[in-house]
Write a protein that binds this ligand. Structure first.
Ligand SMILES: [Zn+2]
Length: 412
């Protein structure tokens, strides 16, 4: 009896650890940049102060009052700034890896396997570019000619490290921040000193997040962490003076991370108890995506309220009405002479009409979390694909050489 109990406990703990993401393996540079700008750029400081007061006014100040949200989807564009490597090598990571990273990001925001709350926010790779053309939401640019990039990667603005100037890297490829959340995948940040950083929501040409290619993966804790910053979450240890002292905690809405259900702690405090306070649910901080602790598995209700409040005001509000992930109509597609998909929305099946060039091509269908749900071959100029077993929702359909052409299909 005891043996089987032990066995069950081992299985449970294995499952538990499988659900968690690895936390930050190296530091994120967000605070460094933010603190620097707060001291040197009064326009930035005013923007943050204004946004804080807007978010604070919306965020409920009682734990049992929650902001009501509906599921919102944010169009994302990923710019891969590689070092001229072949596709799938080094920093030039594959489309599949990126799609799986976005799927993993969505799983964490929706709390699919986590121990926190469903934030009810999702991210979709753009299907429509700023000119209205079809896209898979991924841009690849060779950054090796930008000075210092090959040797040391990118230098976050204001950092003394000797990599490429951040704006020079971002200028290689960026889409309007009002319609897309920009993610730049880079080879390195400051010669390996950081794994990522994000702009707090201030808009402008360079708003978005930067992540090293090795952290752009499906089980990354870095991606949800940086997106958290992008939607105005601070570290759970915010206010610890760089791991020096316990954050002030007089009013949880304006002190520390400004979230009331994440007890304040110091950056390196990740143990069984919280030396800063015995109040609150310690697991909410030590296993939080916004901590630096080794295992992370949650956003909290307080963080969700802050994210929802942030999405309701500028500059993030425009993202939820963006058409960046809308379906391209058949007539809108610049490739309509090559293939079209109809009807759309579809019910039990879709028809793929192609010209003879595409015969024998592979097609793949992903759900909106990037999970592969169907694959097959185009076997005639009018191929019928059965969707009967799929649940209702949005699917991405890719076909053709390198699966370059993507359509969004709605099943209802
Ligand atoms: Zn961070």
């Amino acid at each position: 009896m005891k043996k089987s109990t032990n066995f069950i406990l081992i299985i449970i703990s294995l499952l538990f650890f499988q659900m968690q993401s690895k936390g930050q393996s190296a530091q994120c540079a967000t605070d460094f940049i933010h603190n620097n700008l707060m001291q040197t750029d009064s326009a930035y400081r005013n923007q943050i102060v204004t946004l804080e007061s807007q978010v604070e006014a919306i965020t409920p100040n009682h734990a049992n009052n929650k902001l009501r949200s509906t599921l919102n989807t944010i169009p994302v564009v990923v710019h891969v700034i590689h070092l001229s490597e072949p596709l799938g090598t080094g920093s030039n990571i594959t489309d599949i890896q990126i799609q799986q990273a976005i799927a993993g990001l969505n799983d964490r925001f929706r709390n699919v396997n986590g121990l926190g709350v469903d934030v009810e926010l999702e991210f979709c790779l753009a299907s429509k570019d700023p000119n209205g053309n079809s896209t898979n939401g991924i841009n690849r640019v060779d950054g090796s000619s930008v000075p210092y990039y090959s040797a040391n990667g990118i230098t976050p603005t204001g950092n003394p490290c000797s990599g490429a100037v951040a704006t020079a890297i971002k200028d290689l490829s960026r889409w309007p921040v009002s319609d897309y959340y920009n993610i730049w995948v880079v080879s390195e940040i400051c010669n390996g000193s950081f794994v990522g950083y994000a702009s707090y929501p201030v808009g402008g040409l360079y708003d978005g997040l930067v992540i090293v290619s090795t952290s752009m993966t499906s089980n990354s804790g870095t991606l949800p962490h940086e997106v958290g910053h992008g939607f105005f979450l601070y570290h759970t240890f915010n206010g610890d003076g760089g791991n020096v002292s316990c954050p002030v905690d007089t009013n949880c809405l304006i002190n520390g991370d400004r979230v009331c259900d994440t007890p304040p702690h110091k950056q390196s405090d990740c143990g069984i108890t919280n030396p800063c306070t015995s109040l609150g649910v310690w697991d909410n901080s030590q296993y939080n995506y916004m901590a630096y602790c080794p295992l992370v598995n949650r956003f909290t209700q307080g963080q969700k309220d802050r994210i929802i409040a942030t999405v309701m005001v500028a500059p993030r509000a425009s993202l939820i009405t963006s058409v960046g992930c809308e379906t391209l109509g058949i007539n809108e597609s610049r490739s309509s002479n090559v293939f079209s998909v109809y009807p759309n929305p579809a019910q039990n099946q879709i028809n793929v009409k192609t010209n003879a060039k595409l015969l024998g091509s592979v097609y793949i269908v992903y759900d909106n979390k990037g999970k592969l749900v169907l694959t097959g071959k185009i076997n005639s100029e009018n191929t019928v694909i059965e969707l009967g077993n799929l649940s209702d929702g949005i699917y991405l359909f890719s076909v053709g050489e390198n699966l370059k052409q993507t359509f969004k299909v709605v099943k209802e």
